[in-house]
Design a protein around this ligand. Structure first.
Ligand code: NCD
Length: 280
């Protein structure tokens, strides 16, 4: 079953196929998902991920059911993830799930009779964010082999980077980190100062401190003065929402890609739904 609970679930060839399709969908084509039902099971707040998945489903002809707040579901009565997954899998052809517990989406995948897509599990992973991040990087830079990407901010509890770093390494990019104090990446990544990273990287990927996961402190802040003083050639990305780690004065610069990155969520998630439903 084409679950997507971790970025490790797709090979480089499958990743390329998904992103090639996303390119066609961004240019106006759409997969034919008429008659299929996608369930959006969001047990944790979301703006971009849920609404871009819903828009992707609608643009592909699929119908959408779901919820945006787990408190309105039987989870509040004590239902287990396994039982919820069994039940939702009986209603829909694919389940897109976000949940505050790390590992919960993989657990759901073990019990659902339909493909399960991870829309973010606690501090775990966020593989569809990685797909749209890589799509956006390729749009700006082409092949990522030999490119340097600096991951900045809360690399301990930010789940987007936990999917992104291994994917970039598989594609031949060099990944470096500029962690917020005490919030380093859980694996082995070279560390740089923000100035070094700005001066030498092709991509600056900023993330916010995940206060809801008990992270504390402040992320290094990117602003126009930093990019200017380091003569940075990097594109600037952020999964959003941003707080203080990315100044609004970057928005007008040509390297600012984060709103385009968010927009790319729709065609990339059209391709993810088509992949999960065997309709790519
Ligand atoms: C991210 C998430 O939920 O992990 N948001 C998103 O999906 N674009 C990043 C974050 O919340 O910091």
């Amino acid at each position: 079953m084409p679950h997507l609970t971790s970025i490790a679930d797709v090979t480089n060839e499958q990743l390329d196929a998904i992103l090639d399709a996303a390119g066609r969908f961004k240019a106006g084509q759409a997969p034919d998902l008429a008659g299929r039902i996608a369930c959006m099971a969001f047990f944790e707040p979301s703006t971009r991920t849920r609404l871009s998945f819903e828009a992707a489903a609608h643009r592909s002809g699929a119908s959408v059911i779901g919820f945006a707040d787990g408190q309105t579901t039987s989870t509040s009565k004590g239902e287990t993830i396994a039982d919820s997954a069994r039940v939702l899998g009986g209603y829909a052809d694919v389940i897109v799930m976000r949940h505050p517990e790390t590992g919960s989406v993989a657990q759901a995948a073990q019990h659902a009779r339909v493909p399960v897509v991870n829309a973010g599990d606690g501090s775990g992973e966020h593989p569809t964010q990685t797909l749209l991040d890589i799509f956006t990087m390729r749009e700006a830079l082409g092949d990522l082999k030999g490119r340097q990407v600096a991951l900045i901010g809360d690399l301990a509890n930010g789940r987007t980077v936990h999917s992104l770093a291994p994917a970039l390494q598989r594609l031949g990019a060099t990944v470096v980190q500029v962690p917020a104090p005490g919030l380093a990446y859980p694996g082995d990544l070279p560390t740089m100062t923000l100035h070094e990273a700005a001066a030498t990287s092709d991509v600056l990927y900023a993330t916010r401190v995940q206060k809801e996961r008990a992270s504390q402190g402040e992320a290094p802040r990117i602003d126009a003065a930093l990019l200017d003083s380091t003569q940075s050639k990097a594109i600037v990305m952020h999964p959003l929402p941003r707080v203080d780690e990315l100044a609004p004065d970057v928005d007008a610069l040509s390297g600012a890609k984060y709103f385009e990155q968010a927009r790319n969520g729709v065609p990339v998630r059209m391709a993810v739904l088509a992949y999960a439903l065997d309709a790519l």
